[in-house]
Write a protein that binds this ligand. Structure first.
Ligand SMILES: [Zn+2]
Ligand SMILES: [Zn+2]
Ligand SMILES: [Zn+2]
Length: 134
């Protein structure tokens, strides 16, 4: 069961969710970017994909809301905003997000899900041996 069953929006391409300043879409998205797939209190991160420049709460949201395969954020753009904190709506560069070793938002201190580290390769281009290096 969703922790916040109200205020859920599903937005699919080419539309974007009007509640957010940046282009964002996904499935059952709450105002802090929890979604149908990741719905714990700490699931407040949305990530941008290189294929369509939009943010999604997770890769399953991308695959459900877009009409193409997800392309991870490219290494040569790690200094561009690619991560949204749903708690304070601040965008972080990929480098800021990946370099933080405490799993909290550097802007507001919201806790991020530490389990996201296990599948960073779905969201950020790897160096060829499966690691996301800065
Ligand atoms: Zn895409
Ligand atoms: Zn999702
Ligand atoms: Zn924040």
């Amino acid at each position: 069961m969703p922790t916040q069953p109200q205020n859920r929006e599903t937005t699919t391409a080419p539309d974007t969710d009007p509640r957010f300043e940046i282009p964002l879409r996904g499935i059952d998205v709450d105002p802090e970017t929890r979604c149908a797939h990741w719905d714990d209190p700490v699931d407040v991160v949305a990530l941008r994909f290189g294929c369509c420049e939009a943010y999604y709460p997770c890769d399953a949201c991308h695959d459900a809301a877009a009409d193409h395969e997800a392309v991870p954020w490219p290494r040569d753009r790690f200094d561009e905003p690619a991560v949204l904190c749903g708690a304070c709506r601040t965008t972080l560069t990929a480098r800021e997000y990946l370099a933080a070793d405490d799993d909290v938002c550097p802007a507001c201190g919201a806790a991020f899900n530490p389990g996201c580290r296990k599948h960073r390769d779905r969201y950020f281009e790897t160096d060829g041996d499966g690691a996301v290096d800065l």
